[in-house]
Design a protein around this ligand. Structure first.
Ligand code: GTR
Length: 328
């Protein structure tokens, strides 16, 4: 081979090997899954998280956030984080319940009195139990974030459980939600989040349930007319990481990443407070009729059979329920 070509090949090879070694020994590119699009508070918070990780680890860990669920549906992404194919995720605890039983505490309808009550429970013993079980399953929660309360929306107002009777309602992937809808006489339809808008539009389902920012961000308000404040579920979310990859990091990097997640979570909670009010105003301005439900007792009573059956089948969950109920 001509000596100049040999030289180019040699230096290029040295360059590639050096770059590979640098990545192995130094900076690592980690991926984060986010289901939301621009304009949702969690999208801004996940972008902030990536910046904070970069800063706190001095560029040793670079996070690329993939928004809009492009890396897969939530159940798929959960599996990918468990096996470490994706490192981080902004997950809702609802779809974690089928994998980590303890996480199901938050999926029991009306278990929390308010969002602050939910955070007090998570910040106490119950939160520790849930976090430990999630970490053992490979999805370690670094920080809890706000997702407000979920309410029903449909083409008619819902004021009592009888109004749900006969309606086909989309739910997230968790047997507790199918039981919840069935207990009101409705037909539950578990479905990926990305399919709900079309399903509402074409009448494949009659309604769904979510918080105001999600209702607005993915255009569900464009294909429904009424949002009824049942607030039947207050489900927290997390910024989570693959347990094995996180634990393989130096203690210094672990502290840096945990700190970044905690700061991003505080930012998310601030954004949430402002943007969920704004989302409500925006959908009302677009014509959505929002109705208060003054007496939620009939909904709560309809859930007695859901609790009875769930706790009979899962007696070990009684303790977590007891902790939540006795937390002020
Ligand atoms: C949103 C939540 C998402 C997803 C979605 C759904 O409020 O932030 O993680 O769970 O609801 O209904 O599938």
């Amino acid at each position: 081979m001509h000596s100049r070509i040999i030289e180019i090949v040699r230096t290029t090879t040295v360059g590639i090997v050096a770059a590979a070694l640098a990545t192995a020994a130094g900076a690592a590119d980690w991926r984060a899954w986010n289901i939301h699009h621009d304009g949702h508070p969690n999208t801004a918070a996940m972008d902030r998280f990536a910046d904070l990780v970069d800063e706190a680890t001095e560029g040793e860990i670079k996070v690329e956030v993939f928004h809009g669920g492009v890396l897969g549906s939530q159940p798929d992404a959960l599996e990918q984080v468990r096996i470490g194919a994706i490192e981080f995720g902004n997950f809702n605890l609802g779809p974690i319940g089928p994998i980590v039983k303890e996480a199901n505490l938050v999926s029991l309808p009306f278990i929390f009195k308010s969002v602050p009550h939910m955070f007090r429970v998570l910040e106490g013993e119950a939160g520790d139990i849930i976090a430990k079980a999630m970490a053992e399953a490979g999805i370690l929660p670094l920080a809890w974030i706000d997702a407000g309360a979920r309410s029903f929306y449909s083409q008619k107002p819902i004021n009592t459980p009888a109004d749900v009777e006969g309606l086909k309602i989309r739910v997230m992937n968790n047997d507790l939600y199918t039981a919840m809808i069935s207990a009101m006489g409705g037909n539950p339809s578990p479905m990926a989040f990305s399919e709900v808008q079309q399903a509402l539009k074409t009448g494949v389902v009659d309604g769904a349930e979510n918080n105001f920012p999600s209702f607005k961000n993915v255009g569900h308000y464009e294909v429904t007319t009424h949002y009824s404040l049942s607030e039947h579920l207050i489900i927290p979310e997390c910024i989570c990481v693959n347990t094995g990859k996180f634990e393989a990091l130096s203690p210094k990097l672990q502290t840096a990443i945990k700190g970044a997640a905690e700061q991003a979570a505080l930012y998310q909670r601030e954004l949430w407070a402002v943007q969920s009010d704004q989302a409500r105003k925006d959908v009302e301005a677009a014509g959505i009729m929002v109705n208060e439900i003054t007496d939620k007792t009939p909904f709560q009573n309809a859930m007695n059979s859901v609790y009875d059956e769930y706790l009979a089948a899962n007696p070990d969950m009684r303790r977590l329920v007891e902790i939540a109920r006795t937390t002020d």
